[in-house]
Structure formats: structure tokens, C-alpha cells
Design a protein around this ligand. Sequence first.
Ligand SMILES: NC(=O)c1ccc[n+]([C@@H]2O[C@H](COP(=O)([O-])OP(=O)(O)OC[C@H]3O[C@@H](n4cnc5c(N)ncnc54)[C@H](OP(=O)(O)O)[C@@H]3O)[C@@H](O)[C@H]2O)c1
Length: 234
Amino acid sequence: MICAVVGGTGWQGAGITTRIAAAGWTAMIGSRNLERAEILQENLPPFVGLPAERFRAASNVDAVKEAEVVFITVPITGHREVLETIRPHLNDEQVVIDVTAPVDPDNHLNEIWPKEGSATAEAQTVLGDEIEVVGAFKNVSATMLLNHTMPPNCDILMCGDDLQTKHQVGLWIKQMGFQAYDVGKSEDARTMEGLTKLLINLNYSYHLNQPGVKFMELQRGMKILPDDDLFKKK
Ligand SMILES: NC(=O)c1ccc[n+]([C@@H]2O[C@H](COP(=O)([O-])OP(=O)(O)OC[C@H]3O[C@@H](n4cnc5c(N)ncnc54)[C@H](OP(=O)(O)O)[C@@H]3O)[C@@H](O)[C@H]2O)c1
């Protein structure tokens, strides 16, 4: 499978690119500037210990034209513009996985929310109904993505409007080394994306090193509430 990473020259893009290559697929590192993509194409494979032929460099538009799956890893401030740039080159057989979080690139303690309510909803609106968008990888650190041989410290939350597409994306995410959970539609993505700032706060407040979100079930033997007897007069 060929995957494009639009804005693939940043930390999160490098992490997603690594996971694509680790899954055995080809990653097209996309950039507004081909030379920047070529530098990462050369430096990333030896850094993460993966075969060089799984990494290719391209402009964002050329990367998108070749790909079956398109990841978006740009800052929120360039999100709408980059989506508008790639839109004419997308077709309805491709899936877009939007990784952009509403974090101000100039101050990670501030959020910048698109008028649609979330980056996922903005992507779905700009790209239109023919393109299926799934928001995912918003709450995982680039460091965790780059460390592809280590056990993950988190699950991957997904939001999107099409159930079948989310199912397919969940299977791809498993191949990328993570358990994925469908946590709602694009209208629910604001809550999911808001977790990113909470994780950044955790990092600052407790010096937790790039924490992640992991879902846990009740342990066996625990009582499942509600127990109606609790509220009845004895
Ligand atoms: N870093 C993390 O650990 C992390 C974790 C969770 C979510 N995220 C989210 O993932 C996204 C990428 O994060 P990052 O840390 O990799 O960001 P970044 O390094 O600031 O940006 C990634 C790439 O986006 C491109 N870009 C920058 N400004 C742009 C603009 N105005 N228009 C179009 N492209 C632009 C640049 O590529 P070119 O100049 O080569 O085009 C840049 O290398 C962000 O939305 C962030 O909130 C990051």
C-alpha cells in the first residue's frame, strides 16, 4: 500500500511515516518544499532502522496523487489551506486520516479551534462528502510513533462519519502497532482532540514524559454497578 503524509517533514509526520514503513507499506513524505522531504527520506530510514525503499519524497500534491491513504500532519494554522490545496487531487477511493490537533504551534498551551468545531470536522467539510475522513493519532506523541519496536503507551482514538471506513482504518492502525477505538462521529472529534491539550498539561504539571491515553476494562471479580438493591430500603 502507498500512503501519503502531507506535512510529513515534521515530528508527527516522521512518526507516522515510520509506522507506515514499519507496517511494510510505502510512505510518500510530502512537503511544500521537495528538498525538505528528500532530507528526511535520507535521514529517517537509518534512524529508525527500516529499509530505505519504503520511504519516498514528494511535494504534498504529488504524494497525494499516488496514495491510497492520505495522512494529514500539518499544524492547525495551515490545515484548511493545505486541505484546499490537495482537494482537487483526491478521489473517492482514497481515505484521509487527519492527524492535525488544534494546538497552537507557537504556544502549545493554547488551542486554536476551526469554526467547524474540530480539525476532523474541518477536514470533512473542506474535502466534501465524497472523501471519507477519519480523525486519528491526535493524542499519541511523535516519540511513541518513532519508537516502533517498543510496546505502545497508548491506544489510538478514531472519529469519523462512516462506520465501514473507521473499521478499515482500525485494521490499518493495528498493522501500525496500536489498538484503535472508534469513539464517535466527526461531531465528537472536538472532545477527542481536546485531550491533546490535557496531555500537554500533564506533561508540564507532572513532568510525565509524553503520556498517552489507554482504555482499561474493569478487572475480573469487580462488581458491576448499578446494583438496584443499593437503593432499596432493607
Ligand atoms: N508532535 C507531536 O508529538 C504531536 C502529537 C499529537 C498531534 N500532533 C499534531 O500533528 C500535527 C503536526 O505536528 P508536528 O509537531 O509535526 O508539527 P510541525 O513540525 O510544526 O509541522 C509539520 C509540517 O507541516 C508543514 N507546515 C508547517 N506549517 C504549515 C502551513 N502553514 N501550511 C502547510 N504546511 C505547513 C511543514 O512541512 P513543510 O514545510 O515541509 O511543508 C512541517 O514540517 C500538528 O497538528 C500537531 O498538533 C503532534
